[in-house]
Design a protein around this ligand. Structure first.
Ligand SMILES: Cc1cc2nc3c(=O)[nH]c(=O)nc-3n(C[C@H](O)[C@H](O)[C@H](O)COP(=O)(O)OP(=O)(O)OC[C@H]3O[C@@H](n4cnc5c(N)ncnc54)[C@H](O)[C@@H]3O)c2cc1C
Length: 465
């Protein structure tokens, strides 16, 4: 039997924690803690946590960090818990620090076009609030109705309109963060430009809860584009042709605001789910949108569609018809996940090499009879989401899943790509840190971690660990 002489018991730890935060914010009932410990997709891998804390203020966050330092307790910051990379699941004995209840829009400035928000604000709620003033919040992950701005910033979330408006990173002006030692840093500002000091704001964007806790965010808002948006659905002979058409649309000067691809397997899954017949002879579909479309822009779209043999093209400028087209994209994940065990992946290649990555994924799919791979993604960014699925009757994840994922990752890197385009790293791909970045960069990243979090309290075993 291993000897162990703990300095404190759980009651002492929890009593101290409760004394640091607002009454009623600490949840210790094991069943309730469990609800917040495991994400649905890859459940049962980690935890259990010691407590779930629903912070309502910056002082609560500081209180949690004080208790964590005193007792060396890991802190997993969690927001709306939609991470697909085991980013916010519990680690053993952790405090789960939720920022979801810090959900207020603190300021919406229509003159200088920015908003100051708390981390728990749902992406779509901010966007809708801005739209009432003729503005919009551009980053639009497919989870925009579920995920919060804090999580979006912590993962540098991308989305459907990233090809035109960038990822979350490109839309963050400033942050307020709590350090592991409890101090608050107020970073960045309300100007669209700032060239002072080292850019800590951008260091913390995408830091996945491993360096700081984000407690306030200042984001850029954009004026709604003038005129009509043109949305279209077009079918191509295969994903390679679609990828070439996508590259040409992107480079044509019309600045598409959406270029979303779906392969034949995905179309078949949608047909099953929606009782439609999209697949038929079609092997690949592209959903595209161009904002403020001009007659010249429309001509360019027609020419490119023609050149690459697009068929069954549906065009819509009317909002209702556009919603019908975009609902295909929204139904894609439920369609794929229904009745299957699945791992959704996220990788990107330079757009000129996306066709090669797609072809390789299709080859892997053909080589593995026990798996089905559904490939879709933000084609304008070269960002693919191959979802590897297997039968629900097979209870253990087949070894072949690991084999194909490793093969895909290697191929993406070989093509000068990345194995995380937007979903971040979490615990799913942290072992690839020095493979993707190289040992020297890996070392510097660990030095940055040690600078901000010398006790390794913040989201340990994630991102770089
Ligand atoms: C159906 C579906 C579709 C999706 N589509 C997309 C997509 O198109 N693009 C995309 O990028 N992602 C997508 N995702 C992934 C996910 O929604 C994003 O990663 C999102 O940004 C997570 O936000 P969240 O509020 O749920 O954060 P959580 O899942 O709670 O946390 C995510 C990470 O951020 C850290 N974190 C959370 N809050 C804070 C904070 N206050 N301070 C510091 N760190 C914090 C956590 O520790 C964790 O590492 C999708 C997920 C689902 C389920």
């Amino acid at each position: 039997m291993a000897l162990n002489f703990p300095a404190y018991n759980q009651t002492e730890i929890l009593d101290f924690l409760k004394a640091q935060v607002t009454d009623g914010t600490v949840v210790t009932d094991p069943e309730k803690v469990d609800e917040h410990s495991y994400s649905k997709q890859l459940a049962g891998q980690h935890g259990p946590a010691l407590a779930f804390i629903e912070a309502g203020s910056i002082a609560d966050v500081q209180g949690v960090m004080k208790a964590a330092r005193r007792f060396h307790i890991p802190v997993v910051t969690q927001n709306r818990f939609t991470s697909t990379v085991i980013g916010a699941d519990a680690v053993d004995g952790a405090f789960i620090l939720s920022t979801a209840k810090m959900d207020q829009i603190l300021e919406l400035n229509t003159e200088d076009a920015y908003a100051v928000v708390q981390p728990g604000v749902i992406n779509n709620d901010l966007d809708q609030a801005a739209r009432q003033h003729g503005l919009f919040y551009a980053p639009d992950p497919a989870s925009k109705k579920m995920s919060g701005i804090g999580g979006n910033v912590a993962t540098n979330a991308g989305g459907l309109s990233g090809v035109r408006y960038g990822s979350t990173r490109d839309n963050v002006l400033g942050l307020k963060v709590v350090l592991a030692d409890g101090k608050v840093l107020d970073l960045g500002g309300k100007t669209t430009k700032q060239a002072f000091g080292y850019d800590l704001t951008q260091l913390f964007v995408g830091s996945e809860g491993t360096l700081v806790v984000i407690v306030e965010i200042t984001v850029k808002l954009m004026p709604l584009p003038l005129g009509d948006s043109l949305m279209g659905l077009a079918f191509f002979k295969n994903m390679e042709t679609l990828a070439k058409a996508t590259t040409e649309l992107r480079m044509s000067g019309i600045y598409p605001a959406m270029l979303e691809a779906m392969d034949a397997n995905t179309l078949r899954a949608l047909d099953e789910y929606r009782h439609t017949s999209l697949a038929g002879e079609n092997s690949a579909a592209l959903i595209f949108r161009v904002d403020s479309i001009s007659p010249e822009g429309r001509q360019i779209v027609d020419q490119i569609m023609d050149k690459y043999g697009a068929e069954n093209i549906r065009l819509a400028t009317d909002e209702k018809q556009q919603e019908e087209i975009i609902s295909l994209r929204q139904d894609m994940l439920p369609a794929i996940f229904t009745g299957r065990s699945a791992v959704m992946e996220d990788m990107a290649a330079p757009t000129s090499k996306m066709a090669e990555l797609v072809a390789y994924i299709q080859q892997l799919s053909a080589e593995h009879d026990d798996l089905q791979i559904f490939t879709a993604g933000h084609a304008g960014d070269g960002n693919l989401h191959p979802t590897v699925t297997w039968s629900k009757d097979v209870t253990e994840t087949p070894e072949s899943v690991n084999e194909v994922l490793q093969a895909m990752f290697k191929k993406a890197l070989e093509l000068d790509g990345t194995i995380s385009g937007e979903h971040a790293v979490g615990m799913l791909k942290n072992q690839w840190n020095n493979v993707e970045l190289g040992e020297e960069v890996d070392w510097v990243q660990h030095q940055i971690k040690a600078l901000f979090d010398p006790m390794n309290l913040l989201n340990p075993k994630r991102k770089i660990d």
